[in-house]
Design a protein around this ligand. Structure first.
Ligand code: GCU
Length: 394
C-alpha cells in the first residue's frame, strides 16, 4: 500500500523549492563513492566504482534493451517518459523522480502517512520508511495483460525486499523493494501502478535528497538498478535491514560491472589501445578474437618476461587508476607486473575469462607524470601475458 496523497500538488511545491538544487544535481555526476585506494598497491581485481557501473548502465539503456512497450509515469512530474531497461541478465534499470514514501511502522506527522507497507521485514512487521531504504513499484499490471506492456515485477523474478542499487548525484546506496504503487482500483488520487519514481524517507536521506513526506523529493535523475532472483532478496528486521542492504552494494557493483564488461567499451576515462604500443620479441597484435575495441589487441609471446608497452598520456601528474581490458581463455590466471616509465608497481592478477572472446577488466593505481608515460605489462609465468585490449586511465 502506498501513500495516497496526490503527488501532482506536492510536485509543484517541491519543484519550486528545489529549483536551485535541481540546477546542479544530476545522476551523471562522476564522483565515485568507492574510489580506488590512493596508494600504489594492487587493488582488488574486480573493484568497480559507482561511476563506472552507472556509465555502463546508461550505455546499456538502449531501445534494444527496453523491457516496457508503454511508457511509465514519473511519479513527481507525471510525465509519461520513464522506461525500464534490462542492462544485464536479470538486472533492470530506470531513471526517474524520487517522491517520498513515509509509510510503515514508523509514525510520521504527514497526514497521508499509512501504517503499513506492502512488504514486511523478516519478523512480519511493516517496513519503517525512516529506517529502511526502500523503493516502490506498481502493484499490478495496469493494462491487465500478460505479458504486461509495462515493467511488472512479478514477470521478472522479483519479490519483496529485492535488492537495488540507487544512484543519485554521484552517490550510490543499496535499497530494497518495500512498497507498491496504488493498484488499479485506487480512486482517491491520481496515482496508478504505471508510476515509477518513489522511495522511502531513508533512501532520500542517504542520497542527500530532501526527505519530507510532504515537501521533499526530486523531479528526476534517480537511477534504480534492480537485481532479480532469490539470491538478491535481503533479509533482516527494521533494526538491521539498512545495514544488511548497504553491505551488498560493493558486491552488486562488482557483479554488474563484471557482467557488463564483456559487452561494453570500458568505463569512463581516457582509453589507450594496446595496439598503439610495442611488443617484446615473439608477440603479435591480433584481431582473431571478437569483442576487442579499436583495431585489435596485444598477444605478447608465451614466455616469462614477455611484455607489451602501452603509451598513455596524462593531463597532470598524479595517482591514477589503470584499468586493463583483457582476455584469458586459458585455464589459469596470467599475473603480470605493471611498471610505469621503468618503475615496477607490483604484480596484478589477470584471472581467467570464459574464453578468448570474453573481456574483463582489472585495475590498479599508479603514479603518472604529466604528458607521455609508458605502461609495461610483463607476464610472470611461462605463458606470458593475457591478451591485452586496452588500458583506461581515470
Ligand atoms: C590462444 C589464443 C591466443 C592467445 C594464446 C595464448 O592461441 O588464440 O589469442 O594469446 O592462446 O595462450 O597466449
Amino acid at each position: 500500500m502506498s501513500s495516497i496523497r496526490t503527488r501532482a500538488a506536492v510536485a509543484g511545491a517541491a519543484a519550486l523549492a528545489l529549483g536551485t538544487y535541481l540546477a546542479t544535481a544530476h545522476a551523471d555526476a562522476a564522483t565515485p563513492l568507492h574510489a580506488a585506494a590512493a596508494d600504489s598497491a594492487v587493488t582488488p581485481a574486480t573493484s568497480y566504482t559507482a561511476a563506472q557501473v552507472l556509465a555502463g548502465v546508461k550505455q546499456n539503456s538502449t531501445a534494444a534493451n527496453q523491457v516496457n512497450t508503454k511508457p511509465h509515469i514519473n511519479t513527481m512530474t507525471r510525465a509519461q517518459n520513464v522506461n525500464v531497461y534490462q542492462v544485464a541478465t536479470g538486472v533492470y534499470a530506470y531513471t526517474s523522480s524520487m517522491a517520498i514514501d513515509d509509510d510503515g511502522s514508523d509514525p510520521d506527522p504527514d497526514p497521508d502517512h499509512q501504517g503499513d507497507t506492502t512488504w514486511h521485514d523478516s519478523n512480519g512487521k511493516a517496513l519503517a520508511a525512516h529506517h529502511v531504504p526502500f523503493y516502490v513499484l506498481g502493484d499490478d499490471c495496469w493494462d491487465r495483460k500478460t505479458p504486461c506492456p509495462h515493467f511488472f515485477y512479478k514477470e521478472h523474478g522479483m519479490s519483496g525486499r529485492q535488492f537495488a542499487l540507487m544512484f543519485y548525484n554521484g552517490k550510490v546506496i543499496g535499497s530494497i523493494f518495500g512498497d507498491t504503487q496504488t493498484a488499479n482500483n485506487q480512486t482517491t488520487s491520481s496515482n496508478d501502478s504505471r508510476e515509477l519514481g518513489e522511495a522511502s524517507v531513508k533512501a532520500a536521506q542517504l542520497l542527500g535528497i530532501p526527505s519530507s513526506g510532504t515537501t521533499g523529493g526530486v523531479d528526476n535523475g534517480v537511477t534504480v538498478v534492480m537485481f532479480s532472483g532469490p539470491s538478491w532478496v535481503v533479509n533482516g528486521t527494521n533494526a538491521n535491514l539498512n545495514t544488511n542492504t548497504q553491505a551488498l552494494v560493493q558486491k552488486a557493483l562488482d557483479s554488474l560491472g563484471a557482467s557488463m564488461a564483456g559487452t561494453n567499451p570500458p568505463p569512463s576515462g581516457t582509453l589507450f589501445e594496446a595496439e598503439t604500443g610495442t611488443l617484446s620479441a615473439g608477440g603479435t597484435f591480433d584481431s582473431n578474437h571478437s569483442g576487442f575495441t579499436g583495431t585489435g589487441f596485444a598477444n605478447p609471446a608465451n614466455a616469462v618476461g614477455a611484455y607489451v608497452d602501452i603509451p598513455v598520456t596524462a593531463a597532470a601528474a598524479g595517482t591514477k587508476t589503470l584499468s586493463f581490458r583483457y582476455s584469458d581463455g586459458a585455464s589459469a590466471a596470467r599475473p603480470a607486473t605493471i611498471s610505469v616509465n621503468g618503475a615496477s608497481h607490483g604484480t596484478l592478477n589477470f584471472p581467467v575469462t570464459a574464453n578468448w572472446d570474453t573481456w574483463s577488466t582489472v585495475s590498479m593505481t599508479v603514479p603518472l607524470k604529466a604528458g607521455a608515460n609508458t605502461i609495461r605489462v610483463t607476464g610472470t609465468t611461462a605463458v606470458g601475458d593475457a591478451n591485452i585490449d586496452s588500458v583506461t586511465v581515470s
